[in-house]
Design a protein around this ligand. Structure first.
Ligand code: S3P
Length: 429
């Protein structure tokens, strides 16, 4: 097991770029493979999660050239061009891979099996398996189809109108992907808008997708036409360095080329409400996604209440938001965030443990937590629970702790941010 020890640092200054967006990178492989023609991708995130998706599509007969530095050439096979994989498809730690592919594979004319690592095999799959079954999908799995491995016998599908109980882009995208193979209109309603990268990228590939207040629809039988893609920097990765610059006194960081899609930029709004100084510079658009450079200056943060529609817009950033809350003046209350219990690990329990080790007073609830800001974080030894975002959030807290922080099980950061440790070294040396 790999461990890292991180010490407090003086002011962080300079310019960085973070790796490509994980969600968009997954979709570039999936939609590029389903498109007719050749798609060139720049800025692809070569993290373990995305490589799981890439390997799965190679196993289904798609030629994907990797030219280094995030440059890919995908030779799309068309919506009906995938081949039966000879072996089980291993999704590793990636929820996006297994859930989106469940929808896609349900409508093929072949058999496939999806599995993943010890963490993924514990995560709930009923949220996609149940609506897909309503479309006629034949999916079986452990615990009555609620857990991976999932065995999928592809078959003809019917369209569905689905009211999702959770605001989840993975659920929405799985149903939309299955909907491409069903005759007629498939519609997904969700309680709050989740990230809309699938909708944007499908449109970029020429598919007619209708977004309306509360939901999204598409008609089955449409083709995807190859189109080049530029993947912006991942706001979820940038979030670690945004919080770092805010909490380490005297810091100023320019983070270049960050995706600021409004369904993902909750972390910026939340940290600004906490009095964080984050300036959006040079806002522009890249392949249907809004992008900006972020100028972050250290600030005295204040506790706030977080809930409602801001939660899905920042769902992956709560571990590092809880570090910001620990360094803030006053109390921060996080509500409506029950989804955190079923991420790569139970992130409410994991962050409460980490913060308690650092001497922060925390109370947990089923759907969130209350964090009482404290003057100095204590440092100590914590465990990532195999969750990349818990490991990286703990490292950020270490930057202003009064003792070293040792993090056990840090290998997991490779799933989403392979050069995290190097970047952390670079900005603080
Ligand atoms: C993702 C959606 C989110 C997020 C995950 C990536 C995606 O999950 O937590 O890291 O790429 O669609 P949910 O949609 O289930 O909240």
């Amino acid at each position: 097991m790999q461990s890292k020890t991180v010490s407090a640092r003086p002011a962080l200054r300079g310019e960085i770029t973070v790796p490509g967006d994980k969600s968009i990178s997954h979709r570039s492989i999936m939609f590029g493979s389903l498109a007719k023609g050749v798609t060139r991708v720049s800025g692809f995130l070569e993290g373990e999660d995305n490589l799981s998706t890439l390997n799965a599509f190679r196993a289904m007969g798609v030629t994907i050239e990797q030219h280094g530095d995030g440059e890919l050439i995908i030779h799309g096979q068309g919506v009906h061009g995938l081949k039966e994989p000879e072996d089980v498809l291993d999704c590793g730690n990636s929820g996006t891979t297994i859930r989106l592919m469940s929808g896609l594979l349900a409508g093929q004319n072949f058999f496939s099996v999806l599995t993943g690592d010890q963490y993924l095999r514990k995560r709930p799959m009923g949220r996609v398996v149940n609506p897909l079954a309503e479309m006629g999908a034949k999916i079986t799995g452990r615990q009555q189809g609620q857990c991976a491995p999932l065995a999928i016998q592809g078959c003809p599908l019917q369209p569905l109108t689905y009211h999702s109980p959770v605001a989840s882009a993975q659920v929405k995208s799985a149903i939309l992907l299955a909907g491409l193979y069903a005759q007629g209109m498939t519609t997904v309603y969700e309680p709050h808008l989740s990230r809309d990268h699938s909708e944007r990228m499908l449109r970029h590939f020429g598919v007619n997708v209708e977004s309306f207040d509360g939901g999204v629809s598409l008609a089955g039988g449409q083709e995807l036409i190859a189109s080049d893609l530029l993947v912006p920097g991942d706001i979820s990765s940038a979030a670690f360095f945004i919080v770092a610059a805010l909490i380490v006194p005297g810091s100023q960081l320019l983070i270049r080329n960050v995706g600021i899609n409004p369904t993902r930029s909750g972390v910026i709004d939340i940290l600004k409400k906490m009095n964080g100084s984050i300036e959006l510079v040079d806002q522009r658009e890249m392949a249907g996604e809004p992008v900006a450079d972020l100028l972050v200056t250290s600030s005295q943060l204040k506790g706030i209440e977080i809930g409602g529609e801001d939660v899905p817009r920042a769902i992956d950033e709560f571990p590092v938001i809880s570090i910001a809350a620990a360094c803030a003046e006053g109390t921060t209350i996080i509500r409506d965030a029950k989804e955190l219990r079923v991420k790569e690990t139970d992130r409410i329990a994991a962050m409460a443990d980490v913060l308690t080790t650092f001497g922060v007073s925390v109370e947990t609830a089923e759907d969130g937590m209350t964090v009482h800001g404290c003057e100095t974080l204590r440092g100590g030894r914590v465990n990532s629970c195999g969750d990349h975002r818990i490991a990286m959030s703990s490292a950020i807290a270490a930057l202003c702790a009064d003792q070293d922080v040792t993090i056990d099980d840090t290998q997991c950061t490779a799933t989403s941010f392979p050069n995290f440790w190097q970047l952390l070294e670079r900005i603080s040396s």
